[in-house]
Write a protein that binds this ligand. Structure first.
Ligand code: NAP
Length: 340
């Protein structure tokens, strides 16, 4: 049974290493612990906020809430057919280790998502995606506790309302759900998805296998992205903006080399990293925060203590992109206990 603690520092529980204090804190290793945290929050009149690997959050300095740290572990095979397996993975399991576990067991599909930092419970929240694959494709069900009533529930894939780096769990209507485990439907036969130029180049003439994709994604990410354990960061800081065809055409007329990708509803996705790089931000530093030399979409905390210092540079980048490309960048990680 987990203990409730007060005035707890979250600095070591967020990969940006920002200073943040939680009024109350519990670590949950079971569904019952999560239910207990709901009860405790209600007793104290506090809101309840779930924290996973802390790799996709920007924490405010003082969090007047009960933080429940999701540490539910376990990976189990639930069912199988000739073609698929259904597995359940605890919200507190590390995402990358779970990708490796699935692959090593011959459960295929998640290879493109290797090395994404964070926990399994966080994966559905922002519908993590990389190299043309989004996790929604493999999620059969998300198991939850209602953060208001404490009741257990399950949400089907459709009920999760997945979108581009988005889901019900990010919206007001879904914020009360606390994810305890995720059920995946994975393939028994190798599935290989390569669409992205970097991945195609890396695989080269090799025969296409899930192991080849896994290794290629791991080496690409290691080469292109700063490791949060050495350089505090939350991966992509901004989402790739999606604009109308007219807007995209105007931009293409001005910048012929600008990468553009068609997405659903005839809209066009732009590369936030390309625009930030084009405007010369790579390597820029301000108030202890730096635009990574390795990847222009990543902000690295060099010496900042608080989220406000990070936001100064993020705002300047957004303003410059807006001024030059008439595109509004949206911050990808979740802001907790911050005004904007
Ligand atoms: P890249 O290959 O240099 O491409 C730049 C951007 O163009 C990517 O963000 C990607 O969008 C988009 N893109 C490239 N090829 C595409 C295609 N064939 N169809 C549609 N969109 C395409 O990307 P990168 O920066 O090295 O990143 C590679 C992958 O890792 C991307 O999927 C990216 O999202 C992912 N990533 C995730 C994080 C994170 O923290 N969550 C950080 C860095 C990179 P998408 O982002 O929509 O895929």
């Amino acid at each position: 049974m987990s203990e409730l603690r007060t005035n707890v520092s979250l600095r070591d529980l967020n990969t940006l290493r920002l200073q943040s204090n939680a009024a109350c804190f519990m670590s949950a290793t079971s569904v019952e612990d999560v239910q207990l945290s709901v009860h405790e929050a209600k007793e104290r009149g506090l809101s309840l906020i779930a924290l996973g690997g802390g790799s996709n959050v920007i924490l405010g300095p003082e969090i007047e809430a009960l933080i429940v740290h999701m540490n539910i572990l376990g990976r189990q095979l639930l069912d199988e057919s000739d073609e698929h397996v259904w597995v359940r993975i605890g919200a507190g399991e590390n995402w990358h280790e779970s990708v490796l576990w699935a692959h090593q067991n011959g459960y295929y599909g998640l290879e493109n998502l290797a090395l994404i930092p964070g926990s399994v419970g966080a994966a559905p929240v922002q519908n993590i995606g990389a190299y043309g694959v989004e996790v929604e494709k493999f999620i059969s069900q998300v198991n939850v506790v209602n953060g208001v009533s404490g009741e257990c529930g399950r949400l089907s894939n459709e009920e999760c309302e997945f979108g581009y780096r988005d889901s019900l769990f990010k919206r007001e209507s879904g914020k009360h759900w606390l994810i305890t485990s995720v059920d995946f439907r994975l393939a028994k036969q190798p599935v290989c998805s390569i669409e992205y130029p970097d991945l195609i180049k890396m695989i080269g003439d090799e025969t296409l296998t899930p192991a080849g994709i896994l290794n290629a994604v791991i080496s690409l990410r290691r080469k292109k992205l700063p490791d949060p354990s050495n350089e505090p960061n939350v991966g992509s800081f901004f989402k790739n903006p999606v604009v109308s065809q007219e807007h995209a055409k105007t931009l293409k007329d001005e910048h012929n080399e600008m990468p553009q990708f068609s997405v659903q509803d005839d809209r066009i996705k732009l590369s936030a990293a390309w625009m930030i790089d084009y405007l010369g931000w790579r390597g820029a530093q301000e108030a202890g925060v730096m635009v990574s030399e390795q990847h222009a979409l990543v902000l690295v905390n060099k010496s900042a203590s608080f989220a406000s210092e990070l936001i100064v540079l993020a705002d300047k980048i957004s303003e410059s992109v807006s001024r030059n490309f008439h595109v509004q960048l949206e911050i990808e990680p979740q802001m907790i206990a911050l005004d904007s």
